[in-house]
Design a protein around this ligand. Structure first.
Ligand code: NDP
Ligand code: OXD
Length: 309
């Protein structure tokens, strides 16, 4: 018998069990803790890994991540032959694109400034710019960076993109690699981080990067808290090198209630809600991948484990 094991949110497990059992009847869908004979389990669905469970799954072949990112999974716990698949699904991409548009428009139209003035009883109009007069840069041109650009470009922003290898994205002028990073950064009024968290990108939103940005530019970090050096951000905001930061992610999550980010007047914090895996849509991505797997075809979103994304 070939089985797939769901871990995490029991409500999602019940829904996915019903749909996967109907759509892919060749597989026995089990929900933790009812794992049955662990030797049957070839496929695992998880957000994070439990080492005790992994040790029991001696025939595991594929790990399906609940999320688009995989850095929260400690892949060193998995034998090297186990393939890892990140979640690519319309719920995450659409909610992420909406969030990026919300934060970009809020910064573009000076909402943080007007909210602060409102609290002080101040009525003080600022010059109003056209969206075409703002340059927005997206770091990371994968599923989510591209979805963000598809939302931002029709709003009229001048959009730039940056990634490791040269990309071709409609609506954006694309830059690649360290050699073109300064040319990208120096033009942006708003920089959006949508990079995966890897050994190369950890801590890259730091003092050095902020100094290479335009003075008075703003940051939107919707990737991972580990990309950001928190003290460097506070210093850059306090010194006026950066104007505002929208942060959807932090390290650790949740931040302690007395963390300085909560009260900082130039920081806007949301609790990791930018891109959300929707159980009603993500299950169809899972089903499509399970069908590919059973047909011996390549899986959508398979991660290069050595590269980390
Ligand atoms: P993808 O794997 O599809 O895309 C990654 C992109 O980043 C690629 O363009 C890649 O370039 C680029 N990249 C990777 N490493 C580097 C580097 N060292 N220098 C420059 N570019 C690099 O990822 P997704 O778009 O699906 O997701 C991005 C991240 O968003 C996730 O890893 C996750 O951390 C975060 N996320 C956050 C959510 C939230 O709610 N806040 C929700 C979902 C995801 P190339 O193609 O050239 O390799
Ligand atoms: C993800 C997330 O990676 O929600 O999907 O952060």
């Amino acid at each position: 018998m070939t089985a797939i094991l769901h871990t995490g949110d029991p409500e999602r497990g019940v829904l996915w069990q019903e749909i996967v059992s109907r759509e892919v009847p060749e597989l026995d869908f089990r929900c933790e803790p009812e794992i049955g004979d662990p030797a049957d389990i070839r496929y695992l669905i998880a957000w994070t890994l439990d080492p005790a469970l992994i040790a029991r799954l001696t025939n595991l072949e594929v790990l399906f991540s609940i999320g688009a990112g995989v850095d929260q999974l400690d892949l060193s716990q998995l034998p090297p032959h186990v393939r890892v698949v990140r979640m690519i699904e319309t719920g995450i991409t659409n909610t992420m694109a909406d969030y990026v548009a919300m934060a970009t428009l809020a910064l573009h139209r000076d909402l943080p400034f007007y909210l602060a003035n409102q609290r002080e009883g101040v009525w003080k109009p600022q010059d109003v710019l056209l969206s075409s007069e703002r340059t927005v840069g997206v770091m990371g041109l994968g599923q989510l960076g591209r979805a963000a650009i598809a939302k931002l470009a029709p709003l009229g922003f001048r959009v730039l993109g940056w990634s490791r290898s040269k990309a071709d994205v409609e609506g954006a002028a694309c830059f690649a690699g360290e050699n073109e990073f300064d040319a990208f950064l120096a033009q942006c009024d708003i920089v959006i981080c949508l990079l995966p968290l890897t050994d190369e990108t950890r801590g890259m939103l730091n003092r050095d990067l902020f100094a290479r940005m335009k003075q008075g530019a703003s940051l939107i970090n919707v990737a991972r808290g580990g990309h950001l050096v928190q003290d460097d951000l506070v210093a850059a905001l306090d010194e006026g090198q950066l104007r505002y930061a929208f942060l959807d992610v932090a390290k650790p999550e949740p931040l302690a209630p007395d963390h300085p980010f909560y009260a900082h007047p130039a920081i806007f914090l949301t609790p990791h809600v930018a891109g959300v895996t929707r159980k009603d849509t993500a299950v169809h991505s899972l089903v499509a991948n399970l069908r590919r797997e059973l047909a011996g075809e390549p899986l959508d979103g398979e991660v290069d484990r050595a590269r980390g994304y």
